[in-house]
Design a binder for this molecule. Structure first.
Ligand code: CP3
Length: 367
């Protein structure tokens, strides 16, 4: 039986059934089931906004820090301790598989992923062999295994990978881009090469995510951060089949692991992103949660979607924004609270801590 449980005078009420006492908030919400409270985590919760991250990370390439399981595990745990978030996200990066197979990609501080020799021809594909997670990225699996031992059961570890389009855009452009001109040219002028690149990067994503799930991660996010640069027609033709293959490939190996599909500026693509087969749709701040459910069904499970810029404006503004996101969700059980994109480097950690407390307080259900 469904009964309404009040969460106090300030919070929205939520519908709740009898909950298992050992319910893990993130996993309940990801399945659309009532949770003890709405789970919260933040994309880029580990990173430059934390003084303890800057102290731990030191100088040098982030890719070197990722290769040290003790350091990578500690950085992953820092925001869990500081904020009391409901999920940990592995400290790694979407370019790690391409780097690990030897493509020749690095992350330049303040710029992002860069390749000296971008992927432009069939011959360049030779530099992008298939990924063997255990052989190429043993350090990632070791970090995951360390975290699976250290994290409380109520805080699942999230695996992730970049979607074929977003990783491909870095390999093909050779650096972050606003126009994606080489990427779009390859789609349209060399469709066979494009197909090969997308299949290969899809194999990387499936293998990388499955390796993380094998070693103790409980759910995953596929980041297609820059897919919003495409028209719906180009997304459907040149991206959707390959992202669908990623969700299918992971499901074949881990049928119970929920997957989140996320991109920025993707309002015009959301129906297609859902068609790719995720359990949860990640929203940026441009799309109201209620509007997404109106378009795609009232049972849509969503993640999001506070504008990260509001977090920079201080606790009062961020709290008002948080209340507005919760009101937009309307006490639907299928909601994972997050920002609409990653934490900005100059964010005040105390504001993020206040958001976590506010979400937990406002959505706490009385069993
Ligand atoms: O979310 C987390 O806390 C987990 C770790 C994580 C990182 N990158 C660590 C990182 C995750 C999930 C990512 C994903 C990622 N990496 C994406 C998708 C998410 C998004 O933001 O859209 C993308 C596009 C990348 C590529 C990338 N890596 C960029 C654009 C940058 C920023 C470059 C810069 O210096 O401004 C990176 C570097 C990076 N990856 C940092 C972190 C913490 C910051 C640099 C550092 O600490 O040296």
């Amino acid at each position: 039986m469904i009964a309404a449980a009040s969460s106090g005078t300030t919070g929205p009420t939520r519908l709740t059934r009898t909950m298992r006492p050992d319910a893990v908030p993130f996993l309940e919400a990801a399945a659309g089931r009532p949770a003890p409270h709405t789970p919260v985590w933040f994309m880029r919760q580990a990173g430059r906004s934390l003084p303890e991250y800057r102290a731990m990370r030191g100088e040098g390439s982030i890719l070197d820090a990722i290769k040290r399981p003790d350091i990578a595990a500690e950085i992953t745990l820092q925001p869990v301790r500081r904020y009391g978030v409901d999920a940990a996200v592995l400290f790694s990066d979407i370019v790690v598989p391409a780097h690990a197979v030897g493509f020749g990609i690095d992350i330049a501080p303040g710029t992002g992923p860069v390749c000296a020799e971008p992927l432009r021809t069939v011959a360049d594909l030779d530099r992008l062999p298939e990924l063997d997670a255990a052989g190429h990225t043993p350090y990632v699996l070791e970090t995951v295994a360390l975290l699976a031992r250290e994290l409380p059961v109520t805080v699942p570890l999230l695996a992730f990978a970049g979607a074929p389009f977003t990783v491909g855009s870095y390999l093909i452009e050779g650096r972050p881009s606003r126009t994606y001109e080489h990427t779009k040219q390859m789609m349209h002028r060399q469709p066979e090469l494009w197909d090969s690149v997308m299949r290969r990067l899809g194999q990387h994503a499936v293998e990388s995510i499955s390796g993380q799930l094998d070693h103790g991660a409980k759910a995953f996010q596929l980041f297609d951060s820059w897919a919003g640069a495409l028209s719906r027609a180009d997304y459907d033709r040149f991206v959707l089949p390959y992202s669908t293959a990623v969700f299918e490939g992971v499901a074949a190996r881990h049928p119970h692991a929920p997957g989140i599909h996320f991109g920025i500026g993707c309002d015009h693509l959301l129906e297609s992103m859902v068609a790719a087969g995720p359990s949860v749709l990640g929203l940026d701040w441009r799309t109201p949660i209620a509007a997404a459910r109106h378009r795609m069904g009232s049972d849509l499970i969503v993640q999001g979607n506070l504008d990260p810029a509001l977090v920079l404006a201080g606790t009062e503004v961020a709290s008002a924004g948080t209340r507005a996101v919760l009101a937009d969700n309307g006490a639907h059980p299928g909601h994972i609270f997050n920002l609409g994109h990653g934490v900005q480097p100059n964010t005040d950690p105390d504001v993020l801590a206040a958001i976590v407390d506010l979400v937990h307080t406002m959505t706490a259900s009385t069993p």
